[in-house]
Design a protein. Structure first.
Length: 99
């Protein structure tokens, strides 16, 4: 796992979570070109199962990949099957949905 991918940098927290949560660099190479860097405090990127299936990385038809990004810095990432709670919890965040 590299510390940089495309124009993005990974935090140490993301590197640890990437390893423990099985988020492969190959998935990130497919996802990151579609991520828009904004000036918001927090960008939440939801990568839906349809996007993952189209690129051959779907775990199942319910699990999506969630990444928290700030500018070109990847803060964390995890797999989630019920991401709806984020819309209530993160009111000031900018959401991006890749489907």
């Amino acid at each position: 796992m590299t510390k940089r991918l495309l124009e993005f940098r990974k935090t140490n927290h993301f590197l640890l979570s990437q390893w423990s949560r099985n988020i492969e660099d190959q998935i990130l190479y497919k996802v990151l070109p579609f991520v828009e860097c904004t000036k918001h405090e927090k960008d939440i990127v939801l990568v839906l199962p349809s996007f993952l299936q189209r690129n051959g990385f779907a775990k199942d038809d319910k699990t999506c990949l969630i990444m928290i990004v700030y500018g070109n810095l990847i803060l964390t990432g995890y797999w989630c099957d019920k991401p709806n709670y984020l819309f209530n919890k993160e009111k000031s965040a900018h959401f991006q949905i890749l489907y």
